[in-house]
Design a protein around this ligand. Structure first.
Ligand code: ADP
Ligand code: TRP
Length: 297
């Protein structure tokens, strides 16, 4: 894609303590993407803290998570001289714009939003009233997101698959306003889908995720990181057995995070036999500490 003169925007929600899966799948690719935007383009990144209020009502926790994610992006190489980087709640115009957009947004747009529909389906499956536990923040989530996007004349919104519909709704709202005034008041945004990011498995072999309690923390202490790496699930094959690296969880985690030379050494050790899981865990631990110690500081 040609990013010349384009405004590219990404929002991240502060929803949980960060782990190395977030780094591999979200933080690193977002920063690298920012490096591709040329001088005539604009790269915008922000922390969507007001979107997070729908789920997190504990103010000190939300502040902590917001700070943590901002620090993580900066520590991992986001250059605030080159990218515009801010906290959503620091831009009150976004909330004025949200109110204005509401006046042009058909209610039906919200009824068809996947996140809202999924919450209703869950209620129905549990035999609860359709809208049980659903707040207006969740219901109107796409309008705030449209404000995030349309307020900056965004050309391209970089999102994962689950957010594409929200960008389409933003485009529809902009289209409705442009149609009303019969001119281009707002720029119609497009999505850039970040599909290819790899999924890092957690210490039990499922996808690494806060909700599975199987994470290696991004900014844990050395001893926390050591404890989790040492508890990565292994099998009881003999050390001298020749193994297929693709069957070995340690190898999959290493492939996501360790330098190529270390990955190659582990692969060879497994294929030939003779390299124990304890040794591989130590190599992986060292690779993780090498990657994150400085960033953590
Ligand atoms: P969690 O599953 O821990 O709650 P989130 O769903 O908040 O993580 O994910 C935040 C971002 O990090 C998303 O862009 C998601 O794709 C990415 N991500 C989360 N877990 C992983 C993983 N195990 N591997 C790669 N990317 C991940
Ligand atoms: N809803 C997005 C998510 O959950 C975060 C977000 C908020 C966003 N506003 C945005 C993403 C605007 C892109 C553009 O991941």
């Amino acid at each position: 894609m040609n990013y010349e003169n384009k405004t590219i925007l990404t929002g991240v929600k502060p929803t949980g303590t960060l782990h190395i899966g977030n780094y591999v799948g979200a933080i690193k690719p977002a920063i690298e993407f920012g490096h591709q935007v040329n001088q005539n383009g604009k790269h915008i990144m922000f922390v969507a803290d007001y979107h997070a209020i729908n789920a997190i009502k504990d103010a000190p926790l939300l502040r902590q998570l917001t700070k943590e994610i901002a620090c993580a992006y900066l520590a991992c190489g986001l250059n605030p001289e080159k990218s515009l980087f801010y906290k959503q709640s620091d831009v009150p115009e976004l909330f004025e714009m949200t109110t204005i957009l509401m006046a042009y947004t058909p209610k039906g747009f919200m009824n068809k939003a996947h996140a809202y529909k999924a919450a209703v389906d869950k209620n129905i499956a549990r035999g609860e009233p359709n809208d049980a536990g659903i707040n207006m923040g969740l219901y109107t989530y796409p309008v705030l997101m449209a404000s995030d996007i349309l307020s900056y004349d965004t050309d391209i919104v970089r999102v994962g698959k689950d957010q594409v519909q929200h960008v389409e709704i933003a485009a529809d709202i902009a289209g409705a306003i442009n149609a009303h005034y019969e001119k281009e008041v707002l720029k119609i945004p497009a999505s850039y889908l970040t599909e290819s990011a790899q999924v890092l498995p957690g210490i039990d072999g499922q996808k690494m995720s806060q909700s599975y309690h199987n994470v290696i923390p991004l900014f844990g202490s050395d001893s926390e990181i050591k404890k989790t790496v040492m508890s990565i699930k292994t099998d009881c094959q003999d050390i001298n057995d020749k193994k297929n690296p693709d069957d070995i969880l340690l190898y999959h985690i290493a492939r996501g995070i360790a330098p190529e030379s270390v990955v190659a050494e582990i692969k060879e050790g497994l294929e030939k036999g003779g390299m124990g899981y304890g040794t591989i865990k130590k190599m992986l631990l060292q690779a993780i500490l090498d990657e994150f110690s400085e960033k953590r500081e």
